[in-house]
Design a protein around this ligand. Structure first.
Ligand code: PGA
Length: 255
């Protein structure tokens, strides 16, 4: 059985109090279920968000990034160890915005994955192709390469702690969504790659999330796909009124 996950990626939104209000709002309006809710807040709110949700096993808090080195002269950076020390459990790694705006390469991302695992954090590893690549038709080869270079140096045991998020760049923040079939095809291809390289058992147990303009009105269809185990949600995770229906769509999904 794979864990169903509804993750919210707040990106650089919400000041301190707004963010904590949103955590409280989501906690108040969700019931225990088989869905794990993960909230990736800005660094500033992590500690207090963890405190607010400390008795709630269904809501976990994630960081949106960490540095690949353990410590040192990296002004403005936060290490995986620092996150682990305040009981952060998850960290998003390799989001396309960081790949693009911060020039994060597959090699740096692989090092971040290592740093996260070493600190005891669970990486939410993002991958996804540009519109150009999709139009040219080699999106599966591109994403498989990201998986290979970012993740496949890990042992099957290490990979058990990893969540994969497929986020086609052309669908992020654009209002365009991959069709349920496009999402399913890619998730199937990712799972097949993991299975070929690391074994079927691991591949069947890994949660693979879809991200890219997930909204209350398309969540049910996306989640109904066999290999889509949940969502990584940006814009629609910024309000309880749009994020809760997405969580509920996943709760109601029988697949
Ligand atoms: P979006 O963002 O839901 O606003 O498209 C998703 C993401 O970037 O994680």
């Amino acid at each position: 059985m794979r864990t169903k996950i509804a993750a919210g990626n707040w990106k650089m939104n919400k000041n301190y109090q707004e963010g904590l209000n949103l955590v409280l709002d989501i906690q108040k309006n969700t019931q225990p279920s088989d869905v794990l809710v993960i909230l990736a807040t800005p660094f500033l709110q992590l500690k207090e968000a963890i405190h607010i949700t400390r008795y709630n096993p269904h809501i976990k808090i994630a960081a949106q990034n960490c540095h690949h080195e353990e410590k040192g002269a990296y002004t403005g950076e936060v290490s995986a160890n620092m996150l682990a020390a305040i009981n952060v459990e998850y960290v998003i790694i390799g989001h396309s915005e960081r790949r693009q705006y911060n020039r994060e390469s597959n090699e740096i991302i692989a090092q971040k994955v290592n740093a996260a695992l070493k600190a005891g954090l669970k990486p939410i590893f993002c991958c996804g192709e540009s519109l150009e690549i999709r139009n040219e038709g080699w999106q599966e080869r591109f994403v498989n390469n990201q998986i290979e270079r970012g993740l496949l140096h890990l042992s099957a045991e290490e990979l058990e702690s990893v969540i994969i998020a497929y986020e086609p760049i052309w669908a992020i923040g654009t209002g365009l969504t991959a069709s349920p079939e496009q999402a399913q095809d890619m998730h199937f291809s990712i799972r097949k790659k993991i299975s070929e390289e690391k074994g079927e058992k691991l591949a069947q147990n890994m949660s693979i999330l879809y991200g890219g303009s997930v909204k209350p009105n398309n969540a049910t269809q996306l989640f109904s796909q066999k290999d889509v185990d949940g969502g990584l949600v940006g814009g629609a995770s910024l309000k309880a009124s749009t994020f809760i229906p997405i969580i509920q769509a996943l709760e109601n999904d029988p697949t």
